[in-house]
Design a protein around this ligand. Structure first.
Ligand code: B12
Ligand code: SF4
Length: 348
């Protein structure tokens, strides 16, 4: 008769091999227990640091335990995929896209590939139930990644691994069968370094590893719908979608892994001329970005962000492009266009 402990160890190691063969760069297994950072999450929401991300507040309790995502869950398999690409970029470019969104949409890539791993485990362990999560369910992914040994949570709140750095995206397979767990990553390798905190242009990071989304470029350009605060357009530092500044500043990313990845970057997506976004109709924007994580901002968000950048650049030749949007039905676009127009019109 097979010893059940030996069987668990062997199944865990075969599953990890399978996940790595599917293009992931790291994999580890955490127990399905309460998330370590749940109390911090509650505090973050109490302080209003989630800005307008109401879904974070609405589903906060569900993030306490992975049981809310899968009944009877016993194991959380965490996988990471790198998308780093060469560093640095042209930091003065206007219309910069965060690296994670320069290639295929990672949600799709992860869902599809971890889906194959889940099929494999269900065939291998008949009766096992599981669910794949790629930012698609209330799971504290970074907490479980740390717990699965993939890295530590840095001052910039990113999961950082000594070899991979932090330009990674995460996915999970929740399973209702026990698997041999990996040791958690217990070291904090940030030490006294505060490079990310100093580099953040909007003061969104606090030294104790805390991000205030109300001040974060990534939040305003990706998640926020509608109008933004007056200060944001001049603080975007050229980003049209997302922001990588606190990762670019991190010493662990300088020498991090760079190699084959299913999330390879498309050179044409490093920066997108904001004028071309304003000239494109909805159908064109859809065909340009439907397959990319940038589609999360939808045409409304992309146009608003483009107007912010154009107004802030202050080139009056852009005025005709901007004027087309001053009566737009979308309040975010309309207010950004009116603000940009006021910036570009010659002073009387
Ligand atoms: C909401 C969200 C955002 C928000 C808020 C970000 C934030 N820092 O909270 C905004 C829109 C700003 C954002 C931006 C980005 N995001 Co985002 N985001 C999320 C999401 C959906 C939830 C994160 C969350 O719960 N935040 C609330 C805070 C309070 O929780 P937390 O970040 O998990 O932090 C907890 C732990 O860090 C823990 N903790 C902190 N310190 C310590 C120390 C110890 C010892 C322990 C035990 C625990 C601990 O406590 C915290 C509270 O529980 C996750 C996906 C997911 N489901 O987890 C992706 C996710 C975090 N995002 C991701 C990415 C790629 C980004 C961007 C890089 C995109 C970009 N280039 O613009 C930026 C990075 C900005 C940054 N420095 O974090 C990746 C991060 C991968 C990684 N290697 O860390 C994730 C995991 C998505 C994914 N599936 O890959 N994001
Ligand atoms: S993503 Fe940009 S704005 Fe947000 S905390 Fe990092 S450096 Fe600051």
């Amino acid at each position: 008769m097979t010893n059940p402990v030996v069987a668990q160890v062997s199944l865990a190691s075969k599953l990890k091999e399978k996940v790595l063969s599917l293009g992931f760069h790291q994999v580890g297994i955490a127990p399905a227990v309460e998330a370590d950072g749940f109390a911090r999450l509650q505090e973050w929401i109490r302080e209003g640091a989630h800005a307008g991300m109401e879904y974070m507040a609405r589903h906060a309790l569900a993030r306490r335990h992975p049981e809310s995502v899968l009944n009877g869950v016993k194991s959380v398999v965490m996988a990471a995929m790198s998308y780093r690409g060469p560093l640095p970029d042209d930091e003065h470019a206007i219309g910069k896209v965060a690296r994670y969104a320069r290639g295929p949409d990672y949600h799709e890539t992860i869902r599809e590939r971890l889906g194959h791993a889940l099929e494999w485990i269900v065939e291998t362990s008949p009766g096992a139930k599981g669910r794949v999560v790629a930012d698609t369910a209330p799971l504290m992914e970074r907490d479980f990644a740390r717990r699965a040994g993939l890295g530590w949570i840095g001052r910039n709140t990113m999961l950082i691994n000594p070899r991979m750095g932090s330009f990674t995206v995460l996915g999970a397979i929740l399973l209702d069968i026990p698997l041999t767990e990996d040791a958690p990553f217990i070291h904090d390798r940030c030490g006294s370094c505060t490079a990310c905190v100093k580099a953040c242009p909007t003061g969104a990071l606090a030294p104790h590893g805390w991000l205030d989304a109300r001040k974060c470029i990534s939040y305003w350009t990706i998640e926020h719908r509608g109008e933004g605060p007056d200060w944001i357009p001049d603080q975007l530092k050229g980003w049209i979608f997302g922001c990588d500044i606190c990762q670019e500043a991190c010493p662990w990313n300088r020498k991090a892994f760079i190699g084959e990845t299913p999330l390879g970057q498309d050179a044409g997506m490093m920066a997108i001329d904001p004028g071309s976004i304003l000239e494109a109709d909805d159908a064109t924007l859809r065909s340009m970005f439907r397959e990319s994580a940038m589609w999360r901002a939808r045409p409304q968000g992309l146009r608003r962000n483009a107007l912010w950048l154009i107004g802030s650049r202050g080139d009056s030749r852009d005025l005709p492009k901007v004027c087309r949007f001053v009566d737009d039905p979308d309040s975010g676009i309309r207010s950004a266009a009116r603000w940009a127009k006021s910036r570009l019109e010659p002073v009387q």
